[in-house]
Ligand binder design. Structure first.
Ligand SMILES: Cc1cc2nc3c(=O)[nH]c(=O)nc-3n(C[C@H](O)[C@H](O)[C@H](O)COP(=O)(O)O)c2cc1C
Length: 297
């Protein structure tokens, strides 16, 4: 027994040393809470182990619950099978990151137990080798994926700096007012957002970079002459109003727009700009999620 304890303690120490995040969720408890998390979770998400225990992992989504990959995760959990998806999550400081998640049921005597393990890795958008397998553009919307957005925005920042122009981040969070049931609303919303994406591509310049972030958010990276946000707000509001004319009344939607332009210098960090613009969008609305309200209080 002593030997087993020893082995277990070594194993736990090892699990805390590895760099991928590991969580174990208990399906027999209400809402599948995390019952174990290793130290890497704090490094990846910014939350301490004690802050994630007892919660369902969805708090990392900050309300972005309509992501395609989540449909697959939900289905895999129901069917008791393994699944791997890249999901947009948010760190404790609100900065978005891509989370490469593998979930797998833990077996006991050859059968699924009540536990599901999750392996979490942050997709490093800065490194050039790693993401070669992810296509540059999302095939559905034609928009850049988040990583391409990131890399191209960094080029724009360098260009803006050399031309002494402003670099701007715009965030458009689309809000639907009358949701119908989960599955059909997902399909409807996806159709609308896909056609909205195409309009954005038509209405903005080809040098501008646009990505769809999570479910209903769009992120814009632009070089602009002035820091006045009005033109952006007006343009987006008109696009949304036009698009609403062809949307069924019960799915009418609006958008929350945040925009921040800055004259970049060598200290300008894209992560910080995105996070700051995100923070602004959260600050003037009621917290939608427990993760967020925990942070605010
Ligand atoms: C072991 C395990 C790990 C998970 N890890 C994450 C995660 O890191 N980020 C995330 O957004 N969702 C994660 N999920 C998925 C959510 O917990 C949840 O299952 C998903 O949002 C779909 O369910 P819902 O529709 O009830 O939200 C994980 C699920 C399990 C079982």
């Amino acid at each position: 027994m002593g030997k087993l304890d020893n082995k277990l303690s070594l194993l736990l120490q090892f699990i805390d040393l590895i760099h991928v995040g590991i969580v174990i969720c208990d399906q027999s408890l209400n809402d599948e809470p995390i019952v174990f998390a290793n130290a890497a979770i704090e490094h990846i998400t910014g939350y301490k182990v004690g802050e994630v225990l007892g919660r369902n992992c969805r708090f990392l989504q900050n309300g972005h619950t309509h992501q395609q990959g989540l449909l697959n995760i939900r289905q895999a959990i129901k069917s008791g099978i393994q699944c791997r998806e890249i999901i947009l999550n948010f760190k404790k400081n609100n900065s978005p990151f891509l989370n490469d998640i593998t979930i797998m049921p833990i077996k006991e005597n050859g059968r699924n137990s009540q536990y599901i393990a999750g392996i979490l890795t942050e997709v490093k958008i800065n490194s050039s080798q790693e993401i070669a397998q992810i296509p540059e553009r999302d095939h559905e919307t034609g928009l850049y994926n988040y990583r391409t957005f990131y890399l191209k925005s960094r080029e724009l920042i360098a260009e803006a700096q050399s031309k002494q122009k402003y670099f701007a981040i715009g965030i458009v969070a689309v809000e639907f007012h009358h949701l119908i049931d989960e599955v059909s609303s997902y399909l409807f919303i996806n159709n609308i957002l896909t056609s909205l994406s195409k309009t954005f591509l038509n209405e903005f310049k080809s040098e501008d970079v646009i990505t769809r972030l999570g479910d209903k958010n769009f992120l814009f990276g632009l070089i602009v002459d002035s820091d006045n946000p009005l033109w952006f707000t007006k343009k987006i509001s008109k696009i949304i109003a036009d698009s609403n004319k062809i949307t069924p009344v019960y799915l009418a939607y609006s958008s929350k727009i945040n925009y921040m332009a800055t004259l970049p210098n060598i200290h300008t960090h894209l992560d910080q700009l995105i996070t700051q613009t995100y923070k602004n969008s959260f600050e003037d609305c009621a917290p939608r999620h427990d993760a967020l309200s925990n942070q605010l209080h």
